[in-house]
Design a protein around this ligand. Sequence first.
Ligand code: AHR
Length: 502
Amino acid sequence: MKATVLAHADYSIAEIDPRLYGSFIEHLGRAVYTGIYEPEHPTADENGMRRDVIDLVREIDVPIVRYPGGNFVSAYNWEDGIGPKDQRPVRLDLAWHTSESNEVGLHEFSDWCSSVGTEMMLAVNLGSRGLDEARNFLEYANHPGGSYWSDLRIGNGRAEPFNVKLWCLGNEMDGPWQIGHKSADEYGRLAHETAKAMRSFDSSLELIVCGSSNAKMPTYPQWEATVLDHTYNEVDYISLHMYFDNKAGDTPNYLAQNKKLDDYIVSVSGVIDFIKAKKRSSKDVYISFDEWNVWYHSKEQDEKILKGNDGWPFAPPLLEDIYNFEDVLQVGLILNTFIRRSNVVRIACLAQLVNVIAPIMTAPGGEAWRQTIFYPYMFASRYGRGTALDLRVKSPTYEVADIGEVDSLDVAAVHDAEGGFLSFFVVNRSQTAIETAFDLQGFAAAPSIADYQVMTHADLKAVNSLEQMMEVAPRAGDGLVIDGASLAGTFPPMSYQMIRIK
Ligand code: AHR
């Protein structure tokens, strides 16, 4: 099979916001405890944070991390996580049916973010709580001093404000599973008033209002229209979530699902435009796709804990999906979709980062390793910064039920004009090799291949584990030929590749 790709330096989609490669840490399962935090671990730093995990997160160069939830945030008292650790209360977490020791809270998480070189993106609880707690949390976090909450922070050992710019107004408030679930009107009013109060403190904050938990919700897309009707002038982003699965064991269909993601983004973008026009507004609202990933491998094993049959365990293994090679392709496809829609999707968070549906796994007291999906995420985060290009791709296609026709070769490209790099992210989701000719227009006169990484595996279900950490890993590719404006290569069946040209 053959494909062609035309890339022109002047045909662009948008400047990518680096926060497109964000992630998420929730107080859930072992994400925090024995994930990022394990004071007894041999690699623990002075704050009890695992250095081995910090090093792996740094490898990905994660620009922003959403915290502390997720479903967890909808019954969370942020005050439980501040002050002397030995006086913090143990609480029952209703979202995940576990116990929360509160050993890690805002201060500890912020220190961890500094260690990994990332920014914090905080969520306020609009489930069991409301405007008052949100404004107090904001004052505690961001006010320099001289007020009740800011002085409390200083008393707790943090003189400088945390200066958190990006705030989520609750989480998945459309979901009946959410503690404090609301109708679109109830939530829209609350989010509007909360946003107004937060903006009275600091008009430069960036605020994210909850959109749908997924495109199958019965309230979608009316939810977006109603919520934005209430909040449009006070918010900057609407949040979307989507998880992918191959429960049906139908790989061609699974690997075509990013078409549904694309449709979801385009439809919500249409709703945003509709409300913008309705409000006669000149301001734009963008999408924060702040939860996405493959999530299904662990669902069955989690049932017992989630149903409460184990009581209220502390940091049990939950949502510990073990990713396979097929999921590498899926994550590559999702990231390509975000790059191609980076004009409307400004922020996206891989859910999550450590142990819980995560690219990084840890053994308590033992080693940490990279799951298969670590790699496409790392390549996109490291090399997908710059200008997203509007490519012209001619590829063979295939058709699946419910989704329709998709290109067998899925390609996204990012031009880093400053560094002089052009990066391609290519997924061949077919069973046949695809011979591909690239036409590169408007770039360096005599470019060369700076890096070419390929991921393939004979077994789509191959995984990495504590015993076999490198079973699925990238290797240096060969056979790519570049000659002036022509780049040519053959991409193996079921493969992911990252190509960098300079
Ligand atoms: O990421 C896991 C969970 O998925 C989050 O807590 C929730 O927001 C979503 O339903």
